[in-house]
Design a protein around this ligand. Sequence first.
Ligand SMILES: NC(=O)c1ccc[n+]([C@@H]2O[C@H](COP(=O)([O-])OP(=O)(O)OC[C@H]3O[C@@H](n4cnc5c(N)ncnc54)[C@H](OP(=O)(O)O)[C@@H]3O)[C@@H](O)[C@H]2O)c1
Length: 167
Amino acid sequence: MIVSIIVAMDRNGGIGWKNRLPWHLPDDLRRFRQLTMGHHLILGRRTYESIGRPLVGRKIIVISRRRSAAAGDVVKVVPSLELALEVCRQAQENEAFIGGGATVFREALPLVQKIYLTRVLAEFEADAFFPPWDEREWEVVSRLYHPPDQKHAFPFQFIEYARCRDS
Ligand SMILES: NC(=O)c1ccc[n+]([C@@H]2O[C@H](COP(=O)([O-])OP(=O)(O)OC[C@H]3O[C@@H](n4cnc5c(N)ncnc54)[C@H](OP(=O)(O)O)[C@@H]3O)[C@@H](O)[C@H]2O)c1
């Protein structure tokens, strides 16, 4: 099973502000949907609360020490990242996605083989950040530039990274 991070960050590594995304980029949300569709998506409790609903077609696993964190049958709540990944393995998932937030990215980064990054080419006020990472340990598989337009106030790049074999 491949474990992948999917994240959008600004030039400073900012990923969130007041438990929300600092930007609204519909084509990034569309890409997130396409990439994660049909897969397990692992989220921290705060990120799940910020989304506020299950995501159609995704098998959501919420990490929380409180079992009541996400009531209902549509999402599974587990008390650790390790257990979340075990659920994915048991279900014979081929690619599990780590969807944040900052706390979960920090713990997951050493474990993942791929990063689907949206690099927003601007700077935002942020209180949540992607952990420091050494881009030299990662090989760029693809890169696509998205210019600003009527629906997107900022330019951004979709960059897919794979961990270098010798890192
Ligand atoms: N730009 C992006 O791509 C992106 C993606 C996702 C999120 N975000 C942003 O990131 C911010 C949220 O990040 P965050 O770090 O505050 O919260 P988070 O990682 O979403 O959630 C943190 C919570 O998850 C649970 N948790 C995390 N690691 C755990 C572990 N090892 N064991 C048990 N429980 C664990 C705990 O829940 P309990 O307190 O319930 O125990 C913890 O309080 C928001 O601003 C959000 O918008 C951005």
